[in-house]
Design a protein around this ligand. Structure first.
Ligand code: SF4
Length: 209
């Protein structure tokens, strides 16, 4: 079983509560205008990885992490491989699972059985297409229409105690990758991109998009 993977990063604090591992899957046909991740629309054969190999990398990162956030791309467009990864994750870790999807929960519930299986293995779901005309300050959401669902008993308890929202999180994290490229992680708030562009320009770095 395989998945198209864009990237995996540890120590991410802008995409869900606590310290998290983030997994970005490749491939999305939803084409939301203004999407932050158009580089993940297309699946590349060179990025196809075995589920067991992805699990090994997550296990190596797991100590010191509260959960795994899966974004994209559109995770549910690889629901069969994702279901298998989440089954293994449940067996071998206690990480909670937060999924981003451009589909609404109602759309996902009408989908094929593997989508229902993924939902049954998910704690938190942030659902709905990105709408750049609906900016928001709600934690972890890209636009105001998106909904945070507490799908598991564990997530519902976190929702009641406020742990699902956690400490005020940074909206963006900026990292320099091994190949020298910049990796911008998180959900930009209105004006964040302009601020970041200016800060980097002051240091002689120009953002291309
Ligand atoms: S669903 Fe997500 S990845 Fe796909 S276009 Fe919309 S915002 Fe971008």
């Amino acid at each position: 079983m395989t998945l198209y993977v864009g990237d995996i990063s540890p120590n991410v604090t802008s995409l869900g509560p606590g310290n998290r591992i983030a997994l970005w899957l490749q491939g999305c046909t939803l084409n939301c205008p203004g999407c932050m991740s158009p580089e993940l629309f297309t699946r590349r054969e060179s990025c196809l990885r075995k589920v067991e190999e992805i699990l090994r990398q997550i296990l190596a990162f797991a100590p010191g992490h509260r959960g795994l956030t899966i974004s994209g791309g559109e995770p549910f467009q690889q629901a069969v491989g994702l279901r298998n990864l989440l089954l293994l994750l449940r067996r071998y870790t206690t990480l909670d699972v937060l999924l981003y999807s451009g589909y609404t929960l109602a759309e996902l519930r009408k989908g094929p059985p593997e989508m229902a299986a993924v939902l049954s293995l998910t704690d938190f779901l942030i659902s709905g297409p990105y709408r750049r005309d609906l900016p928001t300050t709600k934690p972890y959401r890209g636009s105001d229409n998106q909904v945070l669902h507490f799908l598991s008993p564990r997530a519902q308890l976190d929702g009641l105690t406020g742990n699902a929202i956690g400490e005020p999180a940074p909206s963006l994290e900026v990292r320099i990758k091994e190949d020298g490229s910049l990796h911008i992680i998180g959900i930009p708030r209105p004006g964040d991109r302009a601020k970041l562009r200016n800060l980097l320009l002051q240091r002689g770095i120009e953002l291309k998009k």
